[in-house]
Design a protein around this ligand. Structure first.
Ligand SMILES: Cc1ncc(COP(=O)(O)O)c(C=O)c1O
Length: 376
């Protein structure tokens, strides 16, 4: 049987690209690390779960409906989002998670030789999609742990198509104020698309935090990304969306494959929108646990970046990948941050109080063992 001529078939930029390796399912990890239970503090998931109305939709889904295709354009969800956000339904485009809409936008605006600009220490999917699409990703170092507006403006050239700003930033939780975002948009002046990824915007309580959806009216080159994965706790159903000026979204829509958003996700998202109390309860929990965890970690003598969202960064006096393994053995799963270009740092998702105290105890033990290893 002849082999496959991969040398000829695979483009150079795909050959160079290393596939992301997702973590194994929890039962496999528990076997691997020998722990009887696993606290997931690695993916910034909402510990309260979906709003009760969304849970009712999921429970009430009638199996025969699985045989039918979903609404191809998320008709009712787009209308509901548009009404809440004060835009027209055609300004909203829903995808299989915000991850999918990242790919839509890059496909819509970039061709060979183009580049995108983002930060070096941020959500990596903008960089990855650009690179496996054969495009250059220009990574501007964070300044004071925040996106560097001047550095990003200086990196623009004639082939720059999109600037990605993660606000608040994952993983630092730092953000640009409305005034800073406006200055940046004024400087860009419509020559590039500016994406503001607002995956965590619902967690931020600072009064000067901008609403990029509202700003789209004034800046037609601005696109906001949002997701139901974080605050709305529907990560497992994969649903996110973008909002932008009608003429921009009309272009992006050409690159999207219909039916990528399933029926349960659309209906659960619709129900989640109708329950503002769930977000309030989540914010209260996050406020309390951010204070608790931040104080506890500083009490252990660790440098902490508290951020504004549902996660916190902590610097350890040992390798983050080693710390990850040791914490896993205690059933605590955090995010090792070497992959985010923050070696020796870990990111911890804020969760219910019991999970936070368990995490602190595990870290205490880790630090004790590190400072005075047994047998020495
Ligand atoms: C900043 C940021 N944007 C987008 C996403 C992707 O979200 P989704 O689950 O909707 O694909 C994430 C997920 O962690 C994120 O942290």
């Amino acid at each position: 049987m002849p082999g496959v001529d991969l040398q000829h078939l695979v483009p150079e930029h795909i050959r160079r690209f290393e596939a992301y390796v997702p973590s194994k399912p929890d039962p496999e990890l528990m076997k691997l690390f020998g722990c009887a239970r696993l606290l997931r503090l690695n993916n910034n998931e909402n510990p309260l779960g979906p709003a009760p109305a969304a849970q009712a939709v999921i429970r009430g889904f009638r199996p025969p409906r699985a045989a039918l295709y979903p609404s191809g354009d998320c008709f009712y969800l787009c209308s509901a989002l548009a009404e809440r956000l004060g835009v027209e339904p055609r300004q909203v485009l829903v995808g299989n998670g915000a991850n999918e809409v990242i790919a839509f936008v890059i496909k819509a605006f970039c061709q060979e030789g183009d580049n995108i600009i983002t930060a070096d220490k941020t959500f990596a999917v903008y960089e990855w999609v650009a690179e496996f699409s054969g495009l250059a990703a220009r990574l501007v170092p964070l300044k004071d742990l925040t996106f560097d507006d001047q550095g990003m403006l200086a990196a623009i050239d004639a082939r720059t198509k999109i600037l990605f700003v993660c606000n608040p930033n994952n993983p630092t939780g730092t953000y640009w104020s409305e005034a800073r975002l406006r200055r940046f948009l004024d400087a860009v002046g419509g020559r590039q698309i500016v994406v503001v990824d607002e995956a965590y915007c619902e967690f931020v309580e600072a009064p000067d935090f901008p609403d990029a959806v509202r700003l789209c009216r004034e800046y037609p080159n601005l696109v906001s990304f949002r997701t139901f994965s974080k605050m709305h706790a529907l990560a497992g159903l994969r649903i996110g969306y973008l909002v932008g000026a009608p003429e921009v979204v009309d272009v992006v829509r050409r690159t999207c494959v219909v039916y990528s958003v399933n029926t349960v996700a659309q209906e659960a998202a619709l129900a989640a929108l109708e329950d503002p109390t769930h977000a309030q309860r989540t914010r209260e929990l996050m406020r309390a646990e951010r204070a608790y965890l931040g104080d506890a970690l500083e009490g252990l003598g660790l440098p902490v970046v508290r951020g504004t969202a549902n996660y916190m960064m902590v610097k350890l006096p040992l390798s983050d990948t080693l710390a990850y393994r040791k914490l896993m053995a205690q059933g605590v799963m955090v995010r090792a941050m070497t992959g985010f270009r923050f070696p020796n740092w870990i990111r911890i998702s804020l969760a219910a109080h019991e999970a936070m105290t368990t995490c602190v105890t595990a870290l205490e033990q880790l630090l004790d063992n590190h400072r005075s290893p047994r047998g020495t």
